[in-house]
Write a new protein. Structure first.
Length: 287
């Protein structure tokens, strides 16, 4: 299969998997917003497709499977810090308005973190191995520009989430995060995902390992998402539209700004050290 056809196949499966999952739930009479067979199909179909395509077109050599712990220590530290920088920064800016309610229960929060961290690490294998480990890797291999890689990866990632937000996600979680109609929430979330994708692509490129963006993704899902979704911090709709750490427009700007800063740092290193090329995923150390 030609690389262009393989990419088209992956993108087609990704943007339709959720809708197929919605149909599957309806055929199976699964209640809306329930973690049923539709949710499982939506989550697993893109990675399953990437695995088949890799089997047919050359294997996993450029998927970034090796963690490179010692060499990538700086990148792992960056991945750990960024969710708190973006999420904490959004909440801090919202607090300036004086309209943020904090209902902090440390024991409940830590219990929630402990109960979801393992799940998020496993769940995000399906996302990051598909979007960074396959899609952005193959777009880079095809020689596309940074702008194209960011746009395509972010757009397909966002479109994959669209039926999740509209049909598969518990509506109460959405309204507790930001009380707006489902389509508005979905569009705002897609914008955040497109900005976030720039950060993920750059961390994958600079580390040569899919585990770095996977760590960032899991930390955000575990530590930041519950703050808004579970009501530990509440803000009115107008403030949330700008500063929600999950779907705020300002949060999108924050992700995009950090992603472009990571890009500039990569380019600066390349200019300062012409022979120092960011490691290809298959060249990473197993340490």
């Amino acid at each position: 299969m030609k690389p262009k056809n393989a990419l088209a196949t992956f993108c087609t499966v990704a943007v339709t998997a959720g809708w197929a999952g919605v149909l599957l739930d309806r055929v199976a009479h699964t209640p809306a917003s329930t973690q049923g067979p539709g949710m499982l199909f939506w989550l697993t179909a893109p990675l399953a497709t990437a695995a088949v395509l890799r089997w047919r077109t050359g294997g996993w050599r450029d998927a970034g499977l090796r963690p490179g712990l010692r060499r990538n220590a700086r990148h792992y530290a960056t991945g750990l810090a960024i969710p708190f920088v973006v999420g904490g920064g959004a909440i801090a800016l919202a607090s300036i308005t004086g309209r943020v309610a904090v209902n902090w229960d440390t024991r409940s929060y830590l219990a929630l973190v402990a109960s979801t961290l393992g799940f998020n690490l496993i769940k995000n294998v399906f996302e990051e191995f598909a979007w960074r480990g396959y899609l952005s890797s193959k777009l880079d291999a095809a020689g596309h520009s940074d702008r194209t890689v960011y746009l395509v990866t972010g757009l397909i990632w966002g479109l994959w989430h669209l039926p999740y937000y509209l049909f598969l996600l518990d509506g109460n979680l959405m309204t507790s995060t930001l009380d707006v109609p489902g389509p508005v929430f979905a569009l705002l979330a897609m914008g955040v995902l497109m900005g976030w994708s720039v950060v993920q692509v750059e961390l994958f490129r600079q580390s040569g390992s899919v585990w770095v963006p996977l760590l960032l993704h899991s930390i955000h899902n575990t530590f930041i998402d519950p703050i808004a979704a579970q009501g530990f911090v509440s803000m009115p709709t107008g403030v949330g539209l700008l500063f929600s750490p999950i779907v705020g427009v300002g949060t999108t700007v924050g992700w995009l700004t950090l992603g472009l800063w990571l890009r500039q740092r990569r380019l600066a290193v390349s200019l300062a050290q012409p022979d120092a090329v960011a490691p290809a995923p298959h060249q990473t150390s197993v340490r």
